[in-house]
Ligand binder design. Structure first.
Ligand code: F0G
Length: 482
C-alpha cells in the first residue's frame, strides 16, 4: 500500500483502486443455507454460487481484473498458430522472468503434469518445501514420492518467523544423500506456500537451495503461482530485498531457478499458465508434451483473451499497490481475529486468512474432519464459502488408512480487489459468533469418497443433528437477521 498515514485512531487497509463494475450478491436465510450445504454433501466445492454470499473458496481465476486487462482482451488475435496475442504474452513472460523459453499451458496443474511426466520415474523423489495437492498427486501418479522439508516453524500455527515457507537446508542435504542424486527428479520450491497458510520463503533461503542444486546438478523448479504474495513479503520483511525493485527480486529468483511454472489463475490475474526455462535441453524435452496435452505451442489450451489479460496482469504485478492489496486485507483480518482469541495462522500470509480448525474445534477428532466440519458450519452461520485444507484434502495411504494432515485449516481466501472492508468485517463477526458457539459443531463422515483428490467431489454427512441445533441457536441470537 502507498505510504498513507492516518490522523485519528488506528490505521486500516486503504484500497488504491476504485470499483467500476459490480456484481449483486445474494444472502439466503440460514434455514436455506442449512439445506444448501446438506444438498452439497457438506462439501463447499459442491455448493451452487447462487447460494453463496461471499465466495472465499479460492483466489484462483477469480481476482478482479484491471481496466487495462479488460481492454486488452478486446484486441486479441485469434489464430491456432502464430497468433500476435501469443507473441505479446511470450514477450511479457520473458520480460517478467528474464527467461529465454516459454511454453504455454492451460493452468498450473497442466505444467505439473508435463514436469512430472518428464522428470519423475518410479522410485524417484521430489524434495520440496511443502506439497500442493495437484503437484503431489501428479508426482505419485508417475511413481515418485514427495519429501516435505519445510522448516519446523512452518508447521507451527503461531510463530514470529517471517519466512515460514523456507526449506530446512540440513534436511535437504540429508534427503539428497539418503536417496542419492540420481534418484532426485528435481527440487520443488513453492512460493507463498499454499497449504501452510500462504507463507513465503526468503530470497536468502532460495539462494542456498539453488547453490545445493547447482552443485549436485539437480534441477530446481520454482512454483511461482503465488509469487506475487511472496514478492510482497520479500520486499517488506527481508532486509536484503529492501532496496531492490520488485522486478529485481523476480529476476534474482528466476536466475536461481532451472524451471519456473505458474498458474496464471493466480499470477497474472487471469486464467492460464506456463513453464519457463533458460535451458535448451529441458525446453526441448518439455516442448514435446505441450501439443499432446495442452494445445499448439502458441496457445497451450488458453483462450486468446485470457492470454492478453495475463500479459498485462504480469506487468501490473510489478506494481506494489497491486500486489499489496491481498496481504494488507489478510493482515487486517488475521489480526482482528487473533485479538479476539480466534485461532488463526500467524504471521499473516498471502492467499487468505487461515483458521486453525484443529484448535477451534478441539473436541472433534481428526478422523471426523474438523476442518471440513468448520467449513460447513461457517457456511451455515454466514453464507460464506471457505475451503477445507486439512485431512480431507490429503490422499489416503496406499494401505487405505487415513493420512492425517499436519494442520487442520479452514482457508478463507481473499480474491484480490473483490471484497470491501465491510464484507471482511462481516466475515469476522460471524466467525466470532461461531467461535462462541463452537461446542455445538460436530464432525463429518464420508458417504461417497473418490479415490483421487477426494476433497473436490466427495460427499459427507454430519455425525449427529448438530447442524439443526446450530441453526436454532442462530435464530435465538440473531432474531430475524439473514
Ligand atoms: N501451485 C499452487 C501453489 C497452487 O496454489 C495451485 C492452485 C496450483 C499450483 C495449481 O494451479 O489450479 O491453475 O491448476 N491452487 C488453487 C487454490 C486451486 O485454490 O489454492 P491450477
Amino acid at each position: 500500500m502507498a505510504n498513507v498515514k492516518f490522523y485519528a485512531g488506528e490505521s486500516f487497509p486503504l484500497e488504491m483502486h476504485k470499483v467500476r463494475i459490480i456484481q449483486k450478491l445474494n444472502l439466503i436465510p440460514i434455514e436455506e443455507r442449512g439445506k444448501a450445504i446438506a444438498a452439497a454433501g457438506n462439501n463447499t466445492f459442491l455448493l451452487q454460487n447462487r447460494d453463496v454470499f461471499m465466495d472465499m473458496l479460492t483466489d484462483s481465476g477469480v481476482n478482479a481484473m484491471s481496466d487495462r486487462q479488460l481492454a486488452s482482451m478486446m484486441y486479441a488475435d485469434d489464430s491456432y498458430a502464430g497468433s500476435e496475442t501469443f507473441t505479446r504474452l511470450e514477450r511479457s513472460v520473458k520480460h517478467f522472468f528474464g527467461c529465454k523459453h516459454f511454453l504455454p499451458a492451460h493452468q498450473g496443474r497442466a505444467c505439473e503434469n508435463i514436469l512430472s511426466k518428464t522428470f519423475v520415474t518410479p522410485g524417484s523423489v521430489v524434495p520440496m518445501n511443502y506439497h500442493f495437492t495437484t503437484a503431489k498427486a501428479l508426482i505419485t501418479l508417475n511413481g515418485g514420492t514427495v519429501e516435505e522439508l519445510i522448516i519446523d516453524e512452518g508447521l507451527k500455527i503461531n510463530s514470529a518467523n517471517p519466512f515460514k515457507g523456507n526449506i530446512d537446508i540440513d534436511k535437504l542435504n540429508a534427503v539428497i544423500k539418503q536417496y542419492g542424486v540420481d534418484k532426485v527428479a528435481y527440487v520443488r520450491m513453492e512460493a507463498g506456500t499454499n497449504l501452510v497458510g500462504g507463507q513465503p520463503f526468503s530470497l536468502e533461503n532460495y539462494e542456498q537451495v539453488s547453490r545445493i542444486c547447482r552443485t549436485a546438478k539437480i534441477p530446481l523448479v520454482l512454483d511461482a503461482s503465488l509469487l506475487a504474495d511472496n514478492l510482497y513479503f520479500n520486499k517488506k520483511r527481508e532486509a536484503g530485498c529492501k532496496y531492490m525493485t520488485l522486478h529485481q527480486i523476480v529476476l534474482r529468483f528466476a536466475e536461481l531457478s532451472d524451471i519456473i511454472y505458474f498458474s496464471a489463475r493466480k499470477l497474472g490475474f487471469a486464467r492460464g499458465g506456463g513453464i519457463c526455462t533458460n535451458n535448451d535441453d529441458i525446453f526441448m524435452k518439455l516442448r514435446e508434451l505441450v501439443p499432446l496435452f495442452e494445445g499448439f505451442l502458441t496457445y497451450g489450451g488458453m483462450s486468446v483473451r485470457e492470454m492478453e489479460a495475463i500479459a498485462v496482469g504480469l506487468e501490473e504485478t510489478l506494481d506494489e499497490d497491486m500486489i499489496s492489496q491481498g496481504p494488507i486485507f489478510i493482515d487486517y483480518m488475521v489480526k482482528e481475529l487473533d485479538k479476539r482469541g480466534i485461532p488463526v495462522i500467524t504471521p499473516p500470509g498471502g492467499l487468505g486468512c487461515h483458521v486453525d480448525a484443529g484448535h477451534f474445534l478441539d473436541h472433534i477428532p481428526q478422523s471426523e474432519y474438523p476442518a471440513g466440519a468448520l467449513a460447513s458450519a461457517f457456511y451455515i452461520a454466514s453464507g460464506i464459502r471457505g475451503m477445507e485444507r486439512g485431512t480431507l484434502s490429503e490422499q489416503r495411504e496406499p494401505d487405505g488408512s487415513e493420512h492425517y494432515s499436519n494442520m487442520e485449516l479452514l482457508r478463507l481466501a481473499l480474491p484480490r480487489r473483490v471484497f470491501t472492508l465491510s464484507q471482511v468485517n462481516y466475515a469476522i463477526d460471524r466467525l466470532i459468533w461461531l467461535h462462541e458457539n463452537r461446542k455445538i459443531v460436530g464432525g463429518l463422515k464420508f458417504v461417497e469418497e473418490p479415490k483421487i483428490l477426494r476433497f473436490f467431489f466427495g460427499r459427507l454427512d454430519p455425525v449427529s443433528d448438530w447442524q439443526t441445533r446450530l441453526v436454532t441457536k442462530f435464530r435465538q441470537d440473531f432474531g430475524d437477521s439473514l
